[in-house]
Design a protein around this ligand. Structure first.
Ligand SMILES: [Zn+2]
Length: 453
């Protein structure tokens, strides 16, 4: 028996010397993060945002009681008080851009678009960012009406409150990468706050892992009559809009038309939801946004950054962009009665674990190459990740018609992998990097062929 035991030990050690031990399948901190999100605090924040009467981009900026100026000052002060309670762990600031007269039909006079940012600076990679965004501004029927009551309780005080709550919860943790909690403005007038921030991020050379844009995360009573608090939608574009002709040729012959960076981010959010969230299902929608409609992730996509929209499954159009009124017995208006705070808290929890997971995860593998045509096995190769948090890599594959990664293999620190008897023709492949606690990067889809010798 002792001989057998020593044989087992030597075999085990022999193996671990080749392949580092696989990390844990889950990170228990994720459950703590979800539990820490408070529906009561989210309700309080939505009530506060609604109390400013209107947050229209063209509304009063001077009053401390009414208008978008009062709203953004309150958001900034809220971030500052969160920061005070975590030993000044957040950099809180305004971020501005000017829309000049005549630049937009929806902004008739020169107007400052003012975002509010709270940055939890990464300890090791301060320039690598994961962003959660919501919107400050609201609107009613006439997009130019900056005077009428425009509570915007669901659109988008719900998203803004989610961002503030995620900042509260994640301020208790430290991360190697930076997290930005962003209140964006000018969304309803033409996505201006996002455009200004995305352009400045590009100029400053920010390495953006992804943008989780939250726009309407509180409605569970759909116009379709369905009441559902157990699902939400994740919108993502298939490929970046600025994809090169070469990328299109690659897609045609090697695949990848449903594997752009934003789509991989959507898969990440969907996977995290399945893994950690009880009684909540992410539904990936394979398009940029709702049919012909827009959101604040788009300007980031336009600049080449991955970004997705997170929102309720069932919208109620009588409660969006409407003057508050009753017509033919139907009550119109985006009032607070239309928001389910527990549901908004659930979706905030999804955001928080994805922010944490990505801010803890190592850098993505780069220069991922693939090969194996007319061979019995598929080969993948990539550059080792230069990040001390790397514990190893996971290779993923799925059937070509499957929306989500179906199969995976832990390969330790190997960066040259053969998947035996997996025929390249029948699957799509990707690689993620993993830290010692099991936190994974977004999957990278290969874009180069392994050179033949
Ligand atoms: Zn809207």
């Amino acid at each position: 028996m002792p001989k057998l035991l020593s044989l087992i030990i030597s075999l085990t050690f022999g193996l671990t010397s080749i392949i580092a031990q696989s990390p844990p399948q889950s990170d228990s901190r994720m459950y703590d993060i979800i539990d820490a999100v408070s529906a009561e605090r989210i309700q309080g924040d939505i009530e506060k945002l609604v109390s400013f009467g209107t947050r229209h981009t063209l509304s009063d900026t001077v009053s401390n009681e009414r208008g978008i100026g009062a709203a953004r000052r309150w958001i900034k002060s809220e971030f500052e008080s969160i920061s005070e309670s975590c030993d000044n762990c957040l950099e809180v600031k305004y971020h501005k851009g000017l829309v000049k007269e005549g630049e937009s039909r929806r902004i008739p006079t020169e107007t400052w678009i003012v975002n509010v940012l709270a940055i939890k600076r990464g300890s090791q990679f301060p320039n690598r960012y994961i962003i959660m965004s919501g919107d400050i501004d609201s609107r009613v029927s006439n997009p130019l009406d900056g005077e009428s009551d425009s509570p915007g309780a669901n659109d988008n005080a719900s998203g803004m409150a989610g961002v503030i709550e995620a900042a509260r919860v994640l301020s208790k943790y430290d991360f190697p990468c930076s997290i930005i909690f962003a209140g964006l403005s000018g969304e309803e007038q033409g996505l201006f706050g996002g455009k200004f921030l995305a352009a400045d991020a590009k100029d400053a050379g920010w390495d953006i892992i992804g943008v989780l844009n939250n726009d309407m995360i509180g409605n569970i009573h759909g116009i379709d009559g369905v009441i559902d608090n157990t699902s939400f939608r994740i919108f993502s574009e298939p490929m970046p809009p600025n994809s090169s002709e070469q990328a299109l040729i690659w897609n045609r012959f090697y695949g990848g038309e449903t594997d752009g960076p934003s789509r991989q981010l959507a898969r990440y959010v969907d996977k995290m939801t399945s893994q950690y969230c009880t009684n909540l299902k992410g539904t990936m929608i394979y398009r940029l946004d709702r049919f012909g409609r827009g959101g604040h992730h788009r300007p980031f996509n336009d600049e080449g950054f991955p970004g997705i929209r997170i929102m309720e499954t069932h919208e109620n159009y009588t409660m969006q962009h409407q003057d508050i009124r009753t017509e033919n017995g139907i009550a119109y208006g985006d009032v607070i009665e239309g928001v389910d705070f527990d549901y908004a808290a659930k979706l905030t929890g999804v955001n928080a674990i994805c922010l944490a997971g990505l801010a803890w995860a190592p850098k993505q593998p780069a220069f991922v190459m693939i090969g194996g045509a007319v061979k019995p096995s598929t080969k993948l190769k990539w550059d080792p990740v230069d990040d001390e948090n790397i514990h190893g890599y996971k290779v993923y594959w799925r059937n070509t018609t499957s929306p989500q990664w179906e199969f995976s293999k832990w390969v330790g620190k190997n960066t040259d992998v053969t998947l035996k008897n997996i025929i390249i023709d029948n699957y799509l492949f990707g690689v993620a990097s993993v830290n010692s606690q099991g936190n994974e990067s977004v999957v990278v889809y290969p874009k180069t062929l392994i050179p033949r010798r």
